[in-house]
Design a binder for this molecule. Structure first.
Ligand code: HH2
Length: 279
């Protein structure tokens, strides 16, 4: 089990079309303000992305992605924020690191070379196919083993290439049915047992909307911005399974849920002692 403090990577999409916050932070000043807010709320990292990878999304040309993210990365890093760059393009990762980003979060798990060359940390995420096609009937032998084996192979290659800090992420919603996502969440210990720190991003995703519709028996899927309860509950579940970091939109609520579940799990002796007089 991961016994360090729970870490949250705050989501900052500088895009017009992200499923969760598209259009809200396309303006650089609004994006920088929101990044600072995420840190004030307790984010360990701010994950800046300039290309939506939601199912069906079209790719964004590199010059447009650069125009979106580089000034935001520069401003946040300049303010002392630990910035992660969420990209699949080597030129964007390189420019972002030059502008001060210290982690390359790569949903295609291909950019270990950039991380190795620049000294940045690296997140290898699992995705089946690419965003345009990934939700068209994904199939696996055993999804947990397939994802674990893929991630370990990518992580080992990254470490061998000289990356100093390698994270793995099962890629919730990236080429996965609801059953695949739930199997991965039920077996996070298999990923934790690899020894690589694990990152999980389920915040506001379709699976959370589907479960919300099921829970209130309405069959109405709430909009992405209205999926807080399922998002923080899933984050808490991930933390108690030993996941080191969760990628989330609502940072303060996610950290609160993490504190509660880790205290209840007995993982926070310090907290227990200081509050032992509570009824
Ligand atoms: N999910 C998204 C984007 N990047 N990176 C990691 N490591 N793990 C994830 O689960 C993950 C990710 C998709 O979410 P979001 O950025 O909110 O939306 P969009 O892709 O539409 O911009």
């Amino acid at each position: 089990m991961h016994i360090g403090p729970p870490q949250v990577m705050g989501v900052l999409n500088v895009t017009p079309d992200s499923f969760s916050d598209g259009g809200r932070f396309l303006d650089h000043a609004a994006a920088i303000d929101h990044g600072l807010r995420l840190v004030a709320d307790g984010a360990r990292w701010v994950d800046v992305g300039g290309e939506s990878t939601r199912p069906g999304a079209d790719p964004v040309p590199a010059d447009e992605e650069l125009r979106r993210v580089v000034p935001v990365v520069e401003a946040l890093a300049g303010a002392g924020v630990d910035v992660s760059i969420d990209t699949r393009k080597p030129e964007v990762a390189e420019a972002a690191v030059a502008a001060g980003a210290r982690m390359v979060n790569d949903v295609s798990a291909q950019l270990a070379g950039v991380a190795a060359a620049t000294g940045a940390a690296f997140v290898a995420m699992h995705m089946r196919g690419d965003p345009r096609t990934m939700q068209r009937g994904p199939t696996y032998g055993d999804v947990v083993t397939d994802v674990r084996d893929f991630l370990v192979a990518r992580a080992e290659a990254a470490a061998a290439a000289g990356v100093r800090e390698v994270w793995i992420d099962p890629g919730i919603g990236f080429g996965k049915s609801l059953a695949h996502n739930l199997a991965l969440l039920a077996n996070l210990d298999v990923l934790v047992a690899t020894g690589y720190p694990v990152l999980v991003g389920a915040s506001r995703k379709t699976m959370i909307g589907t479960l919300a519709a099921r829970a209130d028996r309405s069959d109405v899927v709430p909009p992405a911005g209205d999926r807080l309860a399922g998002s923080v509950t899933t984050a808490a579940w991930a933390f108690q399974a030993g996941v080191a970091m969760v990628r989330a939109h609502e940072v303060a609520a996610t950290l609160l849920a993490a504190e509660a579940v880790l205290a209840a799990a007995g993982g926070r002796q310090d907290l227990e002692e200081s509050t032992s007089w509570h009824r």
